[in-house]
Design a binder for this molecule. Structure first.
Ligand code: NAD
Length: 498
C-alpha cells in the first residue's frame, strides 16, 4: 500500500472483532496510487456513538475528480478486453478476502456507521456475496441471434460494457451498496469511479485496498471523497468519456442527479428512497409477523431504504401484534454498535436523530400515542430509542416521510381493500411486506401492491441473486441478479447478411 495517510483500527473489544488488518488508506485512489488530494484538505470522520473524530480522509478537488476519469479511461480498453473468466477470478478473490476479513470489516462499519456488530457482520457477508455472484455471472453474458422477419439478414445482438461508470453510494450500507455496484460493473468489463458517502468512507477505502490486493488492475477502480460532492460529480457526469451513473441514495438527491444527467443523456440506474408498508392480516401467525417486523424495522436501527415505515395491522390482531412488537423492541439494548451486546446503535448524525424526534413529536401532536420510547437520551452519541406509536392519524408526516430510525407507527385497518389503498398511497414504491396464513390471498395482494419488491411472510427481501429495485419515485433499474449485470452493459445490434 502506498497511501501517505492511513488509519489503524483500534479499540477492538474482547470477544468482538478479529485482529485488525493493519492500515486502512485514507487518501484518494486514482489509478495505481493513493494520493493525498491536490488541496491537501482533510475531512473528519466521526464516530456516531460518541461524536468523536475517528480519523480524517482526503478531500477530492475538481482536479482530482478529473484525474480519476483519466485513470478510468486509461484502464478501460485493457479491462474490457480482459477475458470474462479472468475478471471473474479476480472478483472471486475479492469474495474470499472479504470473508477472511469479515470480523474486522464489521467492526469498522459499526465504528463509523454505528450499527450493531451483528448487523455489520450480516452486511459484510451480504456485500461479499456480490463478488461471488458476479464472479459467476460475468462469464454468462449471453448475446442473441435471430433471422430478420423478412428473411434478408440475421439480427445479431451483443451486450458490451457500457463504459466508465460513476458509482455514488449512501452511508447506511457502506460495504454492500458499494459491492452491489462495483462487482457487476467490473464483471461486465467497465472501469469505475466510486464516490462513497462522506459519513462512512473508511469501509469503501478498506474495500478498495482489499480489491487492489486481490489483483484489480490500476485504474479499474478509483475512489474519490469530495466534501462537496456536487461540482466534482457533475463534472464527471458531463465528461463525454463517462457513460453511466449508478446512484443509491435519497429520492431528493436522485432527482437532482437525473436532471443533471438529462443534459448529456447519461445512462442512469437509480436506487432511491422508500416508504415500506408492513401489512399484518387477521389470519397471520403473529409470532412470525413479529419476527419479520423486527428484521424489517430494527435491522440497521431502521436506517434502511427497505425498513418498514408504516405498520398496517388488521383490527382483530392489532392489540396482540403491537404488544408483542413493543416488548421485543423495548428489549433491544441500545448502545455503541461496536459492543457485541448492542442491538440498536446510534443514528448516523445528530441531525438524523433530531429529524426522527421531530416526526415522532409531530405525530403525537396530531393525536398518536407513545407505547414505548419517544425520548432522546442525554448523550454525546446520536441515539434515538426504539419507539412504537399507536392511534397514528392518516395525516401524520411520519406515515409519508422516510423515518430512517427505530420507530414503528401502527395503524389499524379493517378490509383488504383498505390495506392495499393505504399501502399504495405514497410517491415511493421500493418494497412492501405482508403477513397472512393464506398464501393464495398473499400472492394476489402482492400483485396489487405498487412496489418493485414484496416480501410475503418475510421481513427481508435483499438477495444477491434477485433483482433489487423500486418503482415510482423509488428508482430506475435493478441491482443484483443477472439484471444487475445488464445495467452495466450496452446492447449492440449488428445486421448481417451472410
Ligand atoms: P443522500 O442522497 O443524501 O446521499 C447519497 C450519496 O449521494 C452520498 O454519497 C452523497 O454524498 C451523495 N450526494 C449528495 N448530494 C450529491 C450531489 N449533489 N451530487 C453528487 N452526489 C451527491 O442519501 P444518504 O443520506 O446517504 O442515504 C440515505 C438514503 O438512501 C435514503 O433515502 C435511503 O432510502 C436511500 N437508500 C436507497 C437504497 C436503495 O437500494 N433503493 C439503499 C440504501 C439507501
Amino acid at each position: 500500500m502506498n497511501s501517505a495517510n492511513i488509519y489503524t483500527l483500534t479499540g477492538l473489544k474482547p470477544g468482538g472483532a478479529a485482529p485488525p488488518p493493519g492500515a486502512i488508506p485514507t487518501d484518494l485512489l486514482i489509478g495505481e496510487s493513493w494520493r493525498e488530494g491536490s488541496s491537501r484538505r482533510r475531512i473528519p470522520v466521526h464516530n456516531p456513538a460518541n461524536g468523536e473524530v475517528i480519523t480524517t480522509i482526503a478531500d477530492a478537488t475538481l482536479e482530482d475528480c478529473m484525474a480519476a476519469v483519466d485513470a478510468a479511461e486509461k484502464a478501460a480498453p485493457g479491462w474490457a478486453a480482459t477475458p470474462a473468466r479472468q475478471r471473474a477470478e479476480i472478483l472471486r478473490k475479492c469474495f474470499d478476502a472479504m470473508i477472511a476479513g469479515a470480523d474486522w470489516l464489521a467492526h469498522l462499519i459499526s465504528l463509523e456507521m454505528g450499527k450493531a456488530l451483528a448487523d455489520s457482520k450480516s452486511e459484510v457477508l451480504y456485500a461479499a456475496e456480490f463478488f461471488r455472484w458476479y464472479a459467476e455471472e460475468a462469464p454468462r453474458i449471453r448475446g442473441e441471434i435471430q433471422d430478420s422477419p423478412g428473411g434478408a439478414n440475421k439480427i445479431l445482438v451483443q451486450y458490451q460494457p457500457v463504459g466508465i461508470s460513476l458509482l455514488i453510494t449512501p452511508w447506511n450500507f457502506p460495504a454492500a451498496m458499494a459491492t452491489r455496484k462495483i462487482a457487476p460493473a467490473l464483471g461486465a468489463g467497465c472501469t469505475v469511479i466510486l464516490k462513497p458517502a462522506i459519513e462512512t468512507p473508511l469501509t469503501a477505502l478498506a474495500l478498495a485496498q482489499i480489491m487492489l490486493d486481490c489483483g484489480v488492475p490500476p485504474g479499474v477502480l478509483n475512489v474519490i471523497t469530495p466534501l462537496d460532492p456536487g461540482p466534482g460529480c457533475r463534472a464527471i457526469m458531463h465528461d463525454p468519456r463517462v457513460r453511466k451513473l449508478s446512484f443509491t441514495g435519497s429520492t431528493a438527491v436522485g432527482r437532482k442527479l437525473l436532471a443533471s444527467a438529462a443534459e448529456t443523456v447519461l445512462n442512469c440506474s437509480m436506487e432511491l428512497g422508500g416508504n415500506a408498508p408492513f401489512i399484518v392480516f387477521d389470519d397471520a401467525n403473529i409470532d412470525d409477523a413479529v419476527d419479520g417486523a423486527m428484521i424489517a424495522k430494527m435491522r440497521n436501527g431502521g436506517q434502511a431504504c427497505t425498513a418498514s415505515n408504516r405498520f398496517y395491522v388488521q383490527r382483530g390482531v392489532a392489540a396482540e401484534f403491537t404488544r408483542k412488537l413493543a416488548a421485543r423492541m423495548a428489549a433491544t439494548k441500545m448502545g455503541d454498535g461496536t459492543d457485541p451486546a448492542t442491538g440498536l446503535g446510534p443514528m448516523i448524525t445528530r441531525k438524523q436523530a433530531d429529524k426522527i424526534a421531530g416526526l415522532v413529536d409531530g405525530a403525537v401532536a396530531e393525536g398518536a400515542t407513545i407505547t414505548i420510547g419517544g425520548q432522546c437520551p442525554d448523550s454525546k452519541g446520536y441515539f434515538y430509542p426504539a419507539t412504537v406509536l399507536t392511534n397514528v392519524p392518516p395525516t401524520a408526516a411520519i406515515l409519508k416521510d422516510e423515518i430512517f430510525g427505530p420507530v414503528a407507527p401502527v395503524v389499524t385497518f379493517d378490509s383488504e381493500e383498505e390495506a392495499i389503498r393505504l399501502s399504495n398511497n405514497t410517491q415511493y414504491g421500493l418494497v412492501a411486506y405482508l403477513y397472512t396464513g393464506d398464501i393464495k390471498k398473499g400472492l394476489n395482494i402482492a400483485q396489487r401492491l405498487e412496489y418493485g419488491m414484496v416480501g410475503v411472510n418475510r421481513g427481508l427481501v435483499s438477495d444477491t441473486a434477485a433483482p433489487f429495485g423500486g418503482v415510482k419515485q423509488s428508482g430506475l433499474g435493478r441491482e443484483g441478479g443477472h439484471h444487475g449485470l445488464l445495467e452495466f452493459t450496452e446492447c449492440r445490434y449488428v445486421a448481417v447478411t451472410w
